[in-house]
Design a protein around this ligand. Sequence first.
Ligand SMILES: [Zn+2]
Length: 743
Amino acid sequence: MKKAFKLLCLIITSIIIISSFLMVFTLNGFLTKFNFDPFNSEGVIDDIKNYELNMTSVVYVKNSDGNFVEYKRIHGEENRIWVNIDNVPQNLIDAVISIEDERFYSHSGVDWKRTVSAFANLVFHFWDVEQGGSTITQQLIKNITLDNEQNAGRKIREIFRAIAVEKQIDKRTILEAYLNTISLGNGICGVQVAANYYFNKDVSDLSLIECAAIAGITKNPSAYDPVYNPENNKERRNIVLSKMLELGEISKEEYDEAYDVDLNVDPSQRSNYESEINSYFIDALIDDVSNKVAEKYNCSVDEATMKLYNGGYKIYATLDPEIQDAMESIYTDPAYFRQTSKIDGSSIQSAMTILDYEGHIVGIVGGAGEKTTNRGLNRATDSPRQPGSTMKPLGVYAPAIDSGAITATTMIEDKAINGYFGPGKPGPYEWWGGYIGFMSIPKAIEKSANTIPCWILRDSLGIDASYDFCKNKIHLNHLTDNDQNLASLALGGCEYGITTTESAAAYAIFGNQGKYYKPTTFYKIEDRRGNLIAEGTDKGEQVIKPGTATIMNGLLQNVVYGAEGTGGGIAGYNRMRAYAKTGTSNDSNDLWMVAGTPYYVGSVWYGFDHNETIYNPAAAASVWRAVMSKVHSNMKFKQFELSKDVTVMTYCTESGRLAGKDCKNLATAQYLPGLDYAYCDGNHDAFLSAKQKEEKETKEKEEKEKKEQEEKEQRDKEEKEKENSSETSSETSSNTGQENNSP
Ligand SMILES: [Zn+2]
């Protein structure tokens, strides 16, 4: 009786299902006429055809030979590497089909026998365990669409899509997509990553027992995990093997050899496949690439990041892993970051960006100490800070020399500007205290004078030209309209400031003959079929003349090697040269060292996240030096590639103008060719401040008195000698002769 009831129920259920499908098909025919696709079957078909499935993206970097090699696989929650079905062993294909969908080759997307049983069970609960009714095609659709609703509606959508998919896509393609998208525990998707993760093998090298083990995981990835639940997995793979034998996929001998045998799991490479803390570079790369992908596909940055994690992209990164390692080894060494805050106890922070001379970021660190989160605060890209005196060459000296507003030898008086701090309040102050009168540009840069760049900016260059240069030529993107003043553009007291990445990119123009390159973390991005998605590299823009860059390079080398240079702390990083500028913001809340070598330009910021005075004024230079010493330790000696487009001319050191006929104190310096330069008219006193004039007069008076005194002494001596001449004259002349002949 009970049996008859069951049969009746099955028949009724079948009738209901079949009539539902007839309705669905009729409806579909109706909707297709109006180009309406309620179940998005076409989208699913496209996804499978184009393989645009959720896949792991891979980052490549250049090795020492300049060839790209795999560096890192990046992924979100799912970890995938696509494998072509031709590389999947037949045993694995057979194992999966046997256990998941034995009629795979004969059904057309839906296994009606199983579907009807499953529906009947869903409605009448005949069996204790839920009977899985899904074919491989249906499971694939579920994986692609991430349609995980637990209701009959989803089942109907899935059935409908499966039939549509099988009409247009062949079995082998479906199978390939399936094998690459099945969830296999531990965040793994796809058989290739599973082979890597569990057996440290390529999928093509898997043995029968390993194939059975992987096929066995699918049903319940955590319960059948071969590592954590080896007994469950063994039980399950024995079922797989039995089914394979039953269907004639393996011989009795093969079966006997694999049945109930222990599995050899090789965990040695597992750490490569587990989620780990990424470097600051990878964080910056993900941000960078997400922005590009969002631009390309006109989607949100978050959507773009999801595409990046799961889109199977190939990303050719600019990273030099050795440089990144060198940076991280210094940034995790507490010796360089000793100070803790008196305000909140936090430890001192720092950021550093290193670029080559084409804007490629070769290393980046956005914080001091061990990195503990992914895509948290990256100070090298996210935290603009007041640049202090590192602003002077950018906001003033370079654009002023380039426009001819000043030359590299111009003399300017170091004196306060009336009203600098407001009505009746002259400024700015010099860090050494007091003002020292006329100074040449090289000395002003070497000593990091404050008034000189303010005078140039106010009287020669102009705020507008400076702001335009900073904002539009060297892309100091965090400058605001409120920064259009002397304090910001000449002395770096900006509203927000500059990041180390912006700073390094801007200073690169002094080492590459004046070209600005937008900093980037990647050369190019390709989709999994090798189509170019975006290029990260930039052709560069000539923002100052090659000659200006060369002159600035020399002036900034004085900061490192000049007698009064503020950047002497980095001089010994290597026997190669460097150009540099130091920076300190108000109350020593921020320290900077931006410096370029013949290979790279590096910018270091050092300070607290809040404003607090730093004790060690040499800290930023120490970090720069420590990192760059390591980076350059094995590099071939190289000199800066400088422009020949400069003219060396003789100038008068008293006026800073080209030497005139009355000038006695001469030197040579580099000038931009083709400009009209003033000659010194001999009026040297015009280049003396009142104080310097007074000093000069005092000095001259002293020298005169000294000279008179010496002359008097000489006369006295001569008179005395005359008195004694008869006795000593022959001896003296003989001595003089000997001296003249000595070497
Ligand atoms: Zn002169």
